[in-house]
Design a protein around this ligand. Sequence first.
Ligand code: PHE
Length: 471
Amino acid sequence: MSSSSNKSPVWGTRLGFYLAAVGSAFGLGNLWRFPYVAAENGGGAFVLLYLASAFLIGLPFLIGELLLGKLSRSSLFPATLKMIGERHIVRSLTKSSDSLSRVEKSSYKSLAWASMILNLLVLSYYAVISGWVLHFLIRIFLGFVGISVFNGPESLSVLMNNGWLQILLTGLHLIVIGVIVGKDLEHGLERWVGYAMPVFALLLGLMVYKSLSLDSAAEALRFLIYPDFSKLSISSPAQAIGHVFFTLSIGFGTMVTFGSYLRDESYLPLAGLRVATLDSVISVLAGIVIFPLILMGDQKVIGPDLFFKTVPELFGSMSGGLLFGVGFFLCLYLASLGASIGLLETLVANLRETRRVPRRISAIGVTSFCLLVALLPALSSNLLSFVRIGKVGLLGLWDMILINWALPLVALFISQMVCWKLRQELVSKEFEQTESGSSALLYSHWLFVMRFVATPLIVIALALQAWALFS
Ligand code: PHE
């Protein structure tokens, strides 16, 4: 493992950070969640809203979280303890920890807890969906090599009616990521994401090519690009913002942890810009892969599990579909692997740094606990199918509450800590590493957007969403 002088781990190579950050950003959020949320919100107009939120809100927040990690050389929880003066630090992160009131100190600590709990809850439901992906990958592969006949609807109903199968697959996924994260940074996360990302990029390129050659491609592109603003609802802005945070891994402490592994010379604004741009490009490419497939099926309304209804069914019926299907689900699994590793690494790093629990033990502890929590979403389609509000089942509710509500709130509070409480001389230095004079301007723009543009926009979006809920 590479170590800096103060023994905290750092990325083995500069590319290591990008691979891990993009690997964590790009996941089921882009391939599975983005298309159905975009479709529910009318397509093109939502895509525009999402892209605008990604750069106006997501990018400055992403830079803010990386900054907090790099300046404190710690993950979110210990960084918060350092900020509120409960942990010794050589150079103070705030003007003085006495400048924070008791209420502020305890709210920051609760916030760090909230972010960790959110991370755990999301990892549990993420592991369930990753288990679904594994199920389809195995079944379609068996169909491709001729061991069994692949049937999309039948595969789905086997999965949905069998909670224990879902738990088994969830457990399998958790073991895979637990083994990777249990190793040290360079030999675990960095190496495995380094292997997975190039394969993933290649597969995605092939998928885009194949999808664009389908008959429904023109209609799909029109749906994705043509903005019909009348299709947006008043909760669409909050959904776009929640999704941006989810897809850029903001609010979970992941980018704080990844920032803490950066070397001193890394230039954060550029790193943030690259990650946000790549993730947005990949989201749009994912839309180009998925929408032609969805439009080929006859189910036009989609939701969390309809993705798994429409897409695999097509692979069973189109020519060359099984090979396409193996590539597609492998791509999806690699994406979910990188993202799950990011979520688990964050929890493990926080435990390791706060309680000095060895990496391997924390990986085992966290994954076992996640498996227990995952029982709820995994049983949502069978044993717990009676838990629903209107048409939305437990899994849908879990997703909605965590991503559309809890995540924007937690991200908002972390950002307030960064842009109001962190010592701004330290922050501005991070923007001034280039020779060009524009960097000072960049800092003031960033701060202005954080404080007076992004923050009010999130508050307004959440208020509109609340209004839609109660009216
Ligand atoms: N960004 C991932 C996705 O889009 C989800 C994720 C969130 C991963 C937070 C790591 C941390 O699927």
